[in-house]
Design a protein around this ligand. Sequence first.
Ligand SMILES: *[C@@H]1O[C@H](CO)[C@@H](O)[C@H](O)[C@H]1NC(C)=O
Ligand SMILES: *[C@@H]1O[C@H](CO)[C@@H](O)[C@H](O)[C@H]1NC(C)=O
Length: 564
Amino acid sequence: MPSKDEPLLGHHAMLSSDGRAKTSPPTNRWLVFAVQFLCMTVGLWNVSGIASRIWAAPIVRVSRTTMCPQQNEIYPRSNLSVKLNDLYNSHGFRVRAVQWLSGAIKVPTESYDEMGPVGVDPRWGVFGELHEYLAVAFPKTHSTLRLTKVNTYALAYHWEGSDGSLKPILLAGHQDVVPVDPDTISAWPYPPYSGYYDGTFIWGRGSADDKSGLIGIFSAIETLIESGFTPRRSVVIASGIDEESAGYRGAGELAIYLEKTYGKDAFAMLVDEGGAITELGGLQVAKPDVAEKGYLDVKIQIATPGGHSTNPHEAHLKRTSPLYSTLLCAAEHAPDMDGHLKQELYKSVKSDRALKQVESIVFNSPDIGDIARALSTTTQAVDFIQGGIKVNALPELATAVVNHRIAIDSSVSELTTRLTQLLEPLAAKHRLDFVSFGRNVSVLPSQNARAFLSGALEPAPISPTDSAAYKLLSGTILATYKESFAGRAPNDRKMIVGPGLAGGNTDTQFYWNLTRNIFRYNHLSEDSFQAIHTVGEAIRATAFVDGIRFFSLLIMNADEAEEL
Ligand SMILES: *[C@@H]1O[C@H](CO)[C@@H](O)[C@H](O)[C@H]1NC(C)=O
Ligand SMILES: *[C@@H]1O[C@H](CO)[C@@H](O)[C@H](O)[C@H]1NC(C)=O
């Protein structure tokens, strides 16, 4: 991409895609990530509070086949799980878990958009402090598992199972956190890197995103080892260092290392951060994300006064979309969904006309319409506009960067083709030379434009939901939910598991080659954490313990599973 210093080669308009971290100023990035995380964590269901209105009409009973199949809870056969469940319900264990997480929060592993390479930029050094902490806090894990450091600070732990013929499972959690704006520190109830425990919540940046995930994995493994568990099936932990910025220095390097070490499609399943548990009309919905939208920043540069406009992408509800699965689950399991919508949903399994009806009802809903449309199409947002250098001179060069989240059934090339078609007539009208992604008639060195395409990300392949891995995950989530209430107040809120769609990208964007069964999931209910990426991030201690319980059950269930 030509920088502002380069000479202008006549009037031209230029369309190119940029590397992600390079263009957006930090303030925009924060906003983007806040929105991204909103979609990622809660997707459609986040609106449960408000969405209850859409589900509030009388129930219509319709006979139907199962549209949202549910698993039974899966408990390990091993007696160890009974012992562990008692342990996790004990006060002593909660105190220990709080200490584990709190200690990790105290190490401020911030990652920034503009960071030099590891070994050059001194700010990476703090990750070494986190490693020292991990080694001290989880001694059995470190004496039992084999640790490989990749690109100095990314971590791969290998817990070798006794049966080499079983595919290992891969558990991921990132070490980095989004930076705390120094101007906001006084607004935190407790300092952001205190890890303070107030008896209910553990406070601090990363308490939920994603140190609860990473430390949850370590806590589960440490406890399993202490209890005498030895795996049959290998377990691998992958922990990146820059998920909150670009991801390629951590997960990107780990992906190459893991593929080289284990091979393509070598893992039975991968669980990383992602969708959470939300409440919908009295129903608990656990939502592992099985898909992830693509990504492309497009820089539109015009070197003469002119204008541009783009039309929004059209949204359609498709049967292949996890959003549609989510709606079917609601139709089948939410007791108070709007009767008309429910009926149309039943019919829509076969009828295209009913599907259109459903689309219209959902997309036009004042409560969830916006987010449902956004999840169903490629979205675009102009995140960066620049032009002019002096108040009394017209700008000679105007630049806009349009951030795109690519629909799961679309592609980078479909998007670039569309943009080219939209802008070509405009460029012709204003008699501009037009360089589009380095491919069209060019007055600029085309490799410049092409070099930036590395920032493009195709939508993730959709993880199958009829697989043994998805069933194992579902059954484990349901078992975790049941067990977590055994030691507490009785709970009669039913839980279902339904596939979700992530609006943003996690470290899993680098792991597609390792397994088809990629699930983005945190065993966290909406009311158990707060303020991710902003002031006052915190997590309930009981929720963190449930996260540990989830990883323990997952490891034990995967270990016993014959077919995975
Ligand atoms: C589990 O516990 C039960 C009852 O305490 C016992 O009968 C059984 O043998 C145990 N199973 C294993 C695999 O240890
Ligand atoms: C995945 O495999 C393809 C084909 O071998 C390869 O080109 C690509 O670089 C791999 N992706 C990653 C992220 O390693």
